[in-house]
Design a protein around this ligand. Structure first.
Ligand code: IPE
Ligand code: IPE
Ligand code: MG
Length: 258
């Protein structure tokens, strides 16, 4: 009895342990290396960002074809405001232009678009486009494309905690009720399974404040390929690497593969 409850408590920080599968259900990508891709070609950084937007289209389609149901892309971190003003404003314009041009096509392909992050940080026109995209595509089921914009993993956890306390202030006097299950619905990605595969392009091997909570048991894949060069073949390499992994979620190898 006591052992049982101990087991339950220690089971995993992952709420839903996914079935082992050859194709990841949820892929989360830090699209990095746009600037270096451009610099290596003697182009302005802007050229790298705009080529990067083209890659998003290709990778979304590749995910649909491969039966991936959730794709989450880190487009702009809460720390990216520290960049030179002209680069920040270029990134905002690209984001806005992409929403204006692509939402209808995404919708006709059955893709649900979800933008997560501190959306209050964006100018009103961009917020309107985001709202419209959410409304238009909310019932689509083929693939959920989540764009993390003005997103930070720590801020996400803090805001979830604040919202939990705001909704139910009595948890403060009974902290044992502040469980993973209680907090989870207030996190930005609450309606998606936790990522199975994380990819970071551009050669850096760090998380850069992306999905800190959700990546607890995600398989990590790092590639030197810059995002503007990351094509469907590179995605397949990442998936091939994922297929070689043994996901144990704290268990022994013999337990997961008897
Ligand atoms: C990723 O590429 C895009 C954003 C962070 C918006 P970078 O712009 O970070 O490219 P590098 O890392 O400087 O090459
Ligand atoms: C992470 O890339 C954020 C995005 C890709 C949107 P950065 O280029 O901002 O990360 P650091 O600064 O190298 O950690
Ligand atoms: Mg970078």
């Amino acid at each position: 009895m006591r052992g049982d409850s101990l087991l339950k408590r220690r089971a995993s920080s992952t709420l839903a342990i996914p079935e082992a599968d050859d194709v990841p259900r949820h892929v989360a990508i830090i699209m990095d290396g746009n600037g270096r891709w451009a610099t290596a070609r003697h182009l302005p950084r802007a050229a790298g960002h705009s080529k990067g937007v083209d890659r998003v289209e290709e990778i979304v389609e590749a995910c649909v074809v491969r039966g991936i149901t959730h794709l989450t892309l880190f487009a702009f971190s809460s720390e990216n405001w520290r960049r030179p003003a002209d680069e920040v404003s270029l990134l905002m314009r690209l984001f806005m232009g992409t929403l204006e041009r692509q939402v209808a096509r995404l919708h006709s392909n059955g893709i649900r678009l979800s933008i997560v992050g501190d959306l209050d940080g964006f100018e009103p026109r961009l917020r309107e486009l985001i709202d419209a995209a959410h409304r238009k595509t909310q019932s689509n089921q083929r693939l959920t494309l989540t764009i993390a914009a003005n997103y930070g993993g720590r801020a996400d956890i803090l805001s979830a905690f604040r919202r939990l306390v705001a909704v139910d202030p009595t948890v403060v006097s009974d902290p044992s009720r502040i469980t993973e299950e209680a907090l989870a619905p207030y996190l930005a990605m609450h309606d998606a399974p936790e990522p199975d595969l994380f990819i970071r392009t551009g050669g850096e091997q760090r998380i850069s404040n992306f999905l800190l909570w959700q990546l607890a048991y995600t398989e990590l894949y790092f590639t030197d390929v810059h995002w503007p060069s990351f094509d469907a073949g590179e995605l397949d390499r990442a998936i091939a690497s994922y297929r070689t992994r043994e996901r144990r979620f704290g268990r022994t190898s013999a337990q997961v593969d008897p």
